[in-house]
Design a protein around this ligand. Structure first.
Ligand SMILES: Nc1nc2c(c(=O)[nH]1)N[C@H]1C(S)=C(S)[C@@H](COP(=O)(O)O)O[C@H]1N2
Ligand SMILES: [Mo]
Length: 492
């Protein structure tokens, strides 16, 4: 069933692939209490694990139906028919789904029932109690037939996935989008912004390595020609912006570090990029928000929403409707063709990817995706720091040990970073040059004459508002984890 459907789905639209649609349908139904432990445990592997689990679940259901078929063939056939409609419903529930998108799943269902009808009589003739050694010809026939069909199905699923990757329309669209030159380019990054320590991450994160967090199993395939952004709600004048309108505007560039509220202490759900876009402030001004508005609910193509305090979009900070990342169009995973980037706020309340709508509203009138699941409605970024070198449990030679890492407090800037060895005194780390208050700073510190044995290094950062990173441990829900990052290493 799945093999036929996955393979034919590619002729229709990505929305038509049943496994993806099933997995996608599960995401918003996940109980809120499960989300944080799952993100902590799986990190960016959550998506492949979900698809795999969905596939295994489907196999299990198929196995149960098949197992019951010899006793209750009619009931099993009915079960097959009913479970076969679940992916069809999941496909129809996807944004932008057309009735025609269910055709592949229907073909799959038809083929699945055919296979069932072919295998059933063979299975009914094969005595299951017979010991393997005394091979019954029908038993062998059944196993061979089922094996061949199963392998063909698995191969079709794999082929469908491969074709999807190779023939994706959005990859072609990304390649065709030519980014305009910014009227206000970002300041050049001085060499001194990077601390010169092997194995430390680069100052600018490669889009390939940039963390990805969203509620989609596969990024939506949006044709930039069809894309538009609508600004509405508590405004004097509705504004609709097409991609051509956006490309014709005087674009600006800014270096901004983006952070996820779900980043565990020491985690890598943080990245730094040079974004090209148009100030959201200017767009909102065109729409003329009413005085009572205090929030902008941004909505993406797939229905995800984020609630951003309107002040963060109207004040002087570099809040952007972005189309470029480090000099190239946004990769599909990071919001192609357009997304929001707001310095100083966690991604879940500000950085809507595949954005199609800005609804000017009020916090007491509307709530966003993660707020409905227990996270805060507003979430400024807390001062944070991380150790990148040495790696946890690394073994280093005795003597001076260089520790290095990253610290961030977007909108306020990093004032100072301190590290301590074991229970020793805090010593001040050396900081990379500050590129802007919206970007992270790299740091390094020389731990003097570290003797053999097991050691711990701990880091804490201070922002320019005088806030010091708290040692108190807490979970990321509702507004980010806290605590000092420390790692253990061995000296020989
Ligand atoms: N459409 C959409 N936009 C989204 C999200 C999402 O789930 N859907 N996740 C947000 C969250 S929680 C974060 S931290 C950032 C991450 O952006 P990145 O994946 O480009 O790093 O995107 C934000 N924008
Ligand atoms: Mo996030």
């Amino acid at each position: 069933m799945f093999g036929a459907a996955e393979l034919t789905a590619r002729a229709f639209s990505p929305t038509a692939a049943p496994l993806l649609a099933l997995g996608q349908a599960i995401i918003p139904l996940t109980p809120a209490g499960l989300i944080e432990p799952v993100i902590d445990l799986l990190g960016a592997y959550d998506k492949p694990v979900l698809v795999l689990t969905t596939g295994l679940g489907a196999l299990l259901v198929g196995g149960l139906i098949g197992g019951s078929a010899s006793l209750r063939p009619r009931l099993a056939a009915l079960g097959l028919l009913l479970t076969g409609t679940v992916p069809i419903l999941a496909i129809l529930s996807r944004p932008g789904a057309a009735p025609a998108d269910t055709v592949p799943a229907l073909i799959g269902l038809g083929l699945g029932i055919t296979v069932f009808l072919v295998l059933l009589p063979v299975a009914l003739h094969a005595p299951s109690e017979q010991p393997i050694a005394e091979e019954h010809p029908d038993r062998r026939r059944f196993i061979t037939l089922a094996g061949v069909l199963g392998a063909a199905g698995a191969a079709a699923v794999a082929a469908g996935q491969t074709v999807a990757t190779l023939s994706s329309d959005v990859t072609a669209a990304v390649g065709k989008l030519i980014l305009p030159t910014p009227v206000s380019p970002a300041s050049p990054i001085p060499a001194a912004a990077s601390i010169d320590v092997p194995d430390a991450p680069p100052f600018l994160t490669d889009p390939e390595d940039f963390y990805r967090i969203d509620t989609l199993l596969a990024p939506p395939q949006i044709d930039p020609q069809q894309w538009s952004l609508r600004i509405h709600g508590l405004v004097e004048k509705e504004v609709v912006l097409t991609m051509q309108d956006l490309l014709d505007l005087p674009l600006v560039e800014a270096h901004i570090t983006l952070t996820c509220v779900s980043n565990p202490v020491g985690g890598d759900l943080v990245g730094n990029a040079t974004w090209l876009g148009y100030p959201i402030r200017e767009l909102l001004r065109q729409a003329m928000p009413r005085a009572e508005a205090d929030m902008v609910l941004s909505r993406s193509f797939d229905g995800f929403t984020a609630s951003t305090p309107i002040d963060a979009l109207l004040d002087e900070r570099a809040s952007l409707l972005a189309i470029g990342m480090n000099g190239v169009p946004l990769p599909p995973e990071h919001g192609f063709p357009a997304r929001l980037v707001v310095p100083g706020l966690y991604g879940f309340v500000s950085a809507t990817k595949w954005v199609t709508e800005l609804e000017v509203t009020r916090f007491d009138r509307a709530t966003a995706y993660w707020t409905d699941r227990g996270w805060d409605a507003k979430a400024p970024i807390l001062v944070a720091s991380r150790i990148d070198v040495p790696r946890p449990l690394a073994t280093v030679p005795a003597g001076d040990v260089v520790a290095a890492g990253t610290a961030w407090a977007q909108q306020r800037g990093i004032e100072r970073v301190e590290v301590r060895l074991d229970d020793g005194d805090w010593i001040q780390a050396e900081l990379g040059a500050e590129v802007s208050v919206d970007t992270w700073r790299q740091w390094r510190a020389r731990l003097r004459a570290v003797g053999p044995g097991s050691h711990t290094v701990t880091v804490r950062a201070h922002d320019r508002d005088g806030n010091v990173q708290t040692a108190k441990r807490r979970d990321s829900i509702p507004n980010s984890a806290t605590g000092h990052h420390h790692i253990q290493f061995r000296v020989e």
